[in-house]
Design a protein around this ligand. Structure first.
Ligand code: FAD
Length: 383
């Protein structure tokens, strides 16, 4: 397969790189410490078409493909993984689920609001008792006595963008006897009575990305806010996660590239024993390994993105790209700190932040252990 970027893909990558360098890089540390980034950035991301990248133009999206989408996430993450994570959750999870499973009325109502950034999107699958194992979902949805509304009760945890989301997709049990096949998805608008933003998490990394608990307390929504078929929510969520894992793979790739870029620059400028540290073989070997692994990760990300563009089933390839890229990113962040010596251990050069941010990549949207399970199941099933 030929992964030479088309002119359009290169334009998108250059545009996002320019934006990230100019508008994001100068603020990274302040936003990390404040554990937030300003609304203004959401507005600018929307103006650039980055809040509905693969959403068709008829729903006010950019109408681009997955190769452009991964370029967006990679370039944002290369500078600040927090922004990349927030944008990925909005695009792949919330808008993605509505696009995959919504009826025409729901798509027409919600996708333009999301793509134009009028509303930020969140997606709630994880619960205190249901992380890797969604069968532990306790949030319930029952029809009201007149069957005109759904009443949701429960709590979702670790929800990206939850504090300021205009709309959230919430997974809830609708048939307690059917395990994962008794879970449905619902569209819940912020401001609905009983939809409560709970505790904000104080995180190790990706601190500028908003992560909160969402509580549903007799939260009443219209019957037509069921998203997709009844009891089909978890099956749809797995499809959403296939795309979501491509975006976390791209986030990991960008982070790893950011570590490599910072390390190459530092190896050239830092002198010890009268020479740049980049002239020492031990440092060169680290850079060579980082570069080779980043290139290999990029091939996996581009490969799965082009399969996705072609409409193919990508469960195994998405998990492989996520597993490999995120573990490469962890190694690159570790080596970047090592190459920076003591300066890597303090905040001035930014690699300390990559070292904290990177762990999200091996946890969010399915841990590395779960990716291995998915891949082995797919290999066996296909075999
Ligand atoms: C910053 C951040 C943002 C997030 N954003 C969202 C979001 O927007 N929406 C959302 O729904 N969720 C979100 N999540 C939740 C995330 O998807 C979960 O944290 C993740 O799926 C793991 O679930 P858990 O934390 O409950 O870990 P657990 O499932 O409790 O896992 C704990 C450990 O046990 C291992 N483990 C579990 N089961 C197995 C098994 N069968 N075999 C081998 N090992 C196993 C895991 O790999 C892990 O190492 C976010 C999380 C974070 C940290």
């Amino acid at each position: 397969m030929n992964f030479t970027p088309t002119e359009e893909q290169q334009l998108v990558a250059d545009m996002v790189r320019g934006f990230a360098e100019e508008k994001i890089r100068p603020n990274i540390r302040e936003w990390d410490e404040a554990q937030a980034f300003p609304d203004e950035i959401w507005r600018e991301l929307a103006e650039l078409g980055l809040l509905g990248v693969v959403i068709p133009e008829k729903y006010s999206g950019a109408g681009l493909g997955y190769l452009e989408y991964v370029a967006v996430i990679e370039e944002l993450s290369r500078v600040d993984p927090s922004v990349a994570l927030s944008v990925a959750a909005h695009n792949s999870l919330c808008a993605g689920h509505i696009f995959i499973a919504g009826n025409e009325e729901q798509k027409t109502l919600y996708l333009p609001k999301l793509a134009t950034g009028d509303w930020i999107g969140a997606w709630g699958l994880t619960e205190p008792e249901a992380g890797s194992d969604a069968a532990g979902t306790r949030t319930t949805a029952r029809l009201s006595s007149d069957e005109r509304e759904w009443v949701l009760n429960g709590a979702k945890t670790f929800i990206t963008n939850g504090s300021y989301a205009g709309v959230a997709v919430i997974l809830a049990v609708t048939d307690a006897s059917a395990g994962n096949h008794g879970i449905s998805a619902f569209i819940v608008e912020a401001g609905t009575d009983g939809f409560i933003v709970g505790r904000k998490e104080d995180k190790l990394g990706c601190r500028a990305s908003n992560t909160v608990e969402l509580i549903l307390e007799d939260c009443v929504i219209p019957r037509e806010n069921l998203l997709g078929e009844l009891n089909h929510g978890f099956v749809d969520a797995l499809r959403v996660l296939d795309s979501g894992r491509i975006s976390i793979a791209a986030m990991a790739l960008g982070l790893a590239q950011g570590c490599l870029d910072a390390s190459v620059a530092y190896a050239g400028e830092r002198h010890q024993f009268g020479r740049p540290i980049g002239s020492f073989e031990a440092i060169q070997a680290k850079l060579v390994t980082m570069s080779s692994e980043v290139q290999a990760a990029r091939q996996l990300v581009l490969h799965v993105s082009s399969l996705k563009n072609a409409g193919e089933y990508v469960k195994r390839q998405a998990s492989e790209a996520k597993l490999y890229s995120s573990e490469v990113a962890v190694r690159c962040a570790e080596q970047a700190v090592q190459i920076h010596g003591g300066y890597g251990f303090v905040k001035d050069y930014g690699v300390e932040k990559f070292y904290r941010d990177v762990k999200l990549c091996t946890i969010g949207e399915g841990t590395s252990e779960m990716q291995r399970l998915v891949i082995s199941r797919e290999l066996t099933r296909r075999g």
